[in-house]
Design a protein around this ligand. Structure first.
Ligand SMILES: C[S@@+](CC[C@H](N)C(=O)[O-])C[C@H]1O[C@@H](n2cnc3c(N)ncnc32)[C@H](O)[C@@H]1O
Length: 408
C-alpha cells in the first residue's frame, strides 16, 4: 500500500534557483490534501537526478542500481539509506514495494536500433534488463528518460522498440520532449521522457501542463553565448544565454566543460559547481569525489544526469495528476516521423498537441550568474577551436570568431 501523507508536510525543495524553478509552480499556497507518496526504484541511477527530483516531490527511493564506482560514492554520500545495487543486469528482481521504476538507460544501448542484431544483441542488454525486471514484477508506474536523438535513431526504431515492449507488458504510455531550459535552468537540454502505467492515465502526468513553446533569445554578442570548445567541425552547440547540453564525453575524448563568450569579450568556462546547478543539483552535489583523478568523473556524471527540476515536476504530477484534453489529437500513422509528444491508451498511438514547455517558469539565463568570476578558457583550447572553426564550414554569428580571436 502506498504511504499516505499530508501534502503540506512534503518538504520544500532546497535548491536556490536563479529566478525560481518549477518547484514554485504548485505549492505556493498551502493546500491540505491527502496524497499517496510512492516508493521508487532507480535503475541506471548515475548520481541520482531522477531520485533527487522525486525525493523533492515527496517520494521515497528504496533502491538505486548503478554500475559506476564513482557514482556509488555520490549515491552513498547523498542517499545514505538506499539499497545500492551495482548491476541492473544481475538484479534478480525489483523490491516488492516498488511503485515507480525510473530508468535513464545508457544511450549507447539504443544505437543497436536498425542494426542486424537489433535490440537482441549484447550491447542492448541494459534496455532489455528493464523489461526483464518488469516482466517479473509489473510495477504500476515506469518513468524513462533518454536523449532527443532517440526519436530519430534508425528512423524511430529505438523509441518504437521501447514503447512496443511497454505495450506488450500491458502499459499505457505518454511520451514528450522536454527542454531543461523551460524549467528555470540555463542549459539547453532536450530529452525524451516516457511515463507508462498499468492503471492510471499517463497523459494526466506528462501532458496535462502546457504553455506555448518559448522563443529562446537569439544569438547576439550582447548576451553570453555558450558553445563547445571541444567541437567545431561538425557542430558547436552555440546557445544564447545558456550552455549547450552538458555531456558525458567530448570531441577531445574527455568530459569537459562548455565555454562561454561573455558580452565584453572574455571566454570563460563554468566551474563544476556551476554546472551542477545547471542540472538542478545543489552546488557540490558530487563533492564526495575529491581527488584530481575524480575531476573528470564529476564532469562525466553531471553531464549524464537527468535534470532535477524536470524529475521533480514529473514526481509531483504523479502525486496530483492534471487533466489532459486529447480532443485535438490525431492518430500517429505507421512509418510517420516520431512526434515530440505522443500517447497510447490501448487503441491507436496518438500524436499529442503539446509543447516542450509545460510550465510558466521563467527560463534559465546565464547572465543571472556571476560569470565574471569564472576562469578563462585556456589559450590552447581556444586556439584549437578557432582553427577548427576556420577549417570547417559551420556558420557563426557576425563578430563571434573575431571576438574569440581577440583573446589570443
Ligand atoms: C544516462 S546515465 C543515467 C544518469 C542518471 N539518470 C542520473 O541522473 O545521474 C546511464 C547510467 O547507467 C549506468 N549503467 C550502465 N550500465 C549499467 C548496468 N549494467 N547496471 C547499472 N548501471 C548501469 C551508467 O554508469 C550511467 O551512470
Amino acid at each position: 500500500m502506498p504511504a499516505l501523507h499530508w501534502l503540506d508536510e512534503v518538504p520544500e525543495r532546497p535548491l536556490a534557483g536563479n529566478g525560481g524553478g518549477c518547484g514554485d509552480w504548485l505549492w505556493s499556497s498551502a493546500v491540505r490534501m491527502e496524497v499517496s507518496l510512492m516508493v521508487v526504484a532507480g535503475l541506471y541511477a548515475g548520481i541520482g537526478g531522477f531520485e533527487l527530483g522525486f525525493q523533492r516531490s515527496g517520494h521515497r527511493t528504496l533502491l538505486m542500481s548503478e554500475i559506476d564506482a564513482d557514482a556509488h560514492k555520490v549515491i552513498r554520500h547523498r542517499f545514505g539509506d538506499v539499497i545500492l545495487d551495482t548491476d541492473v543486469l544481475k538484479l534478480a528482481e525489483l523490491p516488492e514495494e516498488t511503485e515507480v521504476v525510473t530508468a535513464g538507460f545508457p544511450c549507447q544501448d539504443l544505437s543497436m536500433a536498425g542494426s542486424k542484431q537489433g535490440f537482441e544483441g549484447e550491447k542492448s542488454q541494459a534496455v532489455n534488463a528493464l523489461f526483464r525486471l518488469l516482466e517479473a514484477r509489473r510495477v504500476p508506474w515506469v518513468v524513462v528518460e533518454n536523449v532527443y536523438f532517440m526519436l530519430h535513431l534508425a528512423g524511430g526504431a529505438a523509441i518504437a522498440y521501447v514503447l512496443s515492449r511497454l505495450e506488450g507488458l500491458g502499459y499505457r504510455w505518454a511520451s514528450r520532449v522536454l527542454d531543461s531550459r523551460a524549467f528555470g535552468l540555463p542549459q539547453r537540454r532536450r530529452r525524451v521522457y516516457i511515463v507508462a502505467t498499468l492503471d492510471g492515465d499517463p497523459r494526466d502526468v506528462l501532458l496535462a501542463d502546457d504553455t506555448a513553446d518559448r522563443t529562446w533569445p537569439a544569438l547576439d554578442l550582447r548576451r553570453p553565448i555558450g558553445f563547445y570548445w571541444t567541437e567545431g567541425r561538425s557542430g558547436h552547440g552555440l546557445t544564447s544565454d545558456a550552455v549547450p547540453p552538458l555531456k558525458a564525453g567530448s570531441g577531445v575524448g574527455i568530459p569537459s566543460p562548455p565555454a562561454v563568450l561573455l558580452p565584453h569579450g572574455r571566454v570563460v568556462t563554468p566551474s563544476i559547481e556551476a554546472v551542477e546547478h545547471f542540472q538542478g543539483f545543489p552546488p557540490r552535489w558530487t563533492s564526495a569525489l575529491r581527488t584530481v583523478r575524480h575531476g573528470r568523473s564529476r564532469w562525466r556524471l553531471v553531464g549524464n544526469a537527468v535534470s532535477v527540476p524536470v524529475a521533480e515536476w514529473i514526481g509531483r504530477r504523479l502525486l496530483t495528476p492534471g487533466s489532459y484534453d486529447a480532443s485535438n489529437d490525431r492518430v500517429l500513422l505507421d512509418g510517420a516521423r516520431w512526434p515530440r509528444a505522443a500517447w497510447y491508451m490501448g487503441g491507436p498511438r496518438m500524436i499529442a498537441t503539446v509543447s516542450e514547455c509545460p510550465l510558466r517558469t521563467r527560463p534559465g539565463r546565464l547572465s543571472a550568474f556571476a560569470t565574471e568570476r569564472w576562469p578563462d578558457l585556456s589559450k590552447r583550447a581556444l586556439t584549437g577551436f578557432v582553427r577548427r572553426a576556420y577549417e570547417g564550414n559551420l556558420r557563426y554569428p557576425a563578430g563571434f570568431l573575431t571576438a574569440l580571436e581577440a583573446n589570443l
